[in-house]
Design a protein around this ligand. Sequence first.
Ligand SMILES: [Zn+2]
Length: 349
Amino acid sequence: MPKQTQQKNFNERIVPFTAGDGFSCNLIHVRGDQPPVKGPVLLVHGAGVRGNIFRPPNETTLVDFLSANGYDVWLSNWRASIDLAPNDWTLDQAALYDHPAAVQTVIEETGATEIKAIIHCQGSTSFTMSAIAGLVPQVKTIISNAVSLHPIVPRGSRIKLSVAVPLVSLMTDHLNPRWGVHAPTVAAKLIKTVVELTHHECDNPVCKQVSFTYGTGFPALWRHENLTAATHEWIKQEFGFVPIRFFNQIARCVRSGHLVSVEGKKGLPEDFAAIEPQTNARFSFLAGGKNLCFLPESQQKSFEHFDKFRKNYHTFHLFPEYSHLDVFFGKAAAKDTFPVILDELDRPR
Ligand SMILES: [Zn+2]
């Protein structure tokens, strides 16, 4: 039986690392009361949030759970993190420069020869790009949530990406869900007003702004019934800057049906579905059945793609009552999703 115990006495330290192009990132190394008996696991957040997204005010977070079950937990703050300097990032930059450097830093800090990773949303797309391009050979198990190689979005989001994003980009080069509580510019005030007029699902302005920014649902990234009131409130401080440049890339990926690079940088293929993945990592693809940001078909399709190259090696798990981020910070995630994640991490390759 997995241990559910929450460890409160964490020893936490920030480990800075420099990405391949010189950008400053960091890792948060979280260690519980007991020294880890299993290897390092790297947690990779999505767009415009931070490593802390895995630590909601729930009784047992994924960090507690992994630590209590023997893992050495590392939270990555890559260049899309709101803890770092706002920047005009692309998935290409993250794949080429950030994730390989983060993995290498964990290897050097721990002395381990291999690690595992849990990757979410745009941390997952970009990390999958790193893996397919052969840039993170030390990672042997990869648990991906929501989207990886095949971003498939609801019809409303396709329209939004092709019509609203170009319009919004005339006014601003970035979005920020915190504009729901503080709108500093004319563009921010205008977007805040649009969200207030169109979103009536709750009274949390950041929650509504997140749904406007990242999907077409009410809400888009979680189901309200899956969250505690405290987590719903905590969300307000966990979202921030995201560049329009990223949305332009994901729009191209959605139109292509799979990930594509946009900067023509050496070391990344242009079409990530056209080459055999240059990794021997075992992937476990997770999807929320009610995800309104990326449809669960996204992960099903990526599983089938990887399965073609190596039969019966990778896995796919559907959580029917979950959406996007509640897979990690839902009030019952410790019971519903964490044991599945642990089982995948523990499984011998
Ligand atoms: Zn809400």
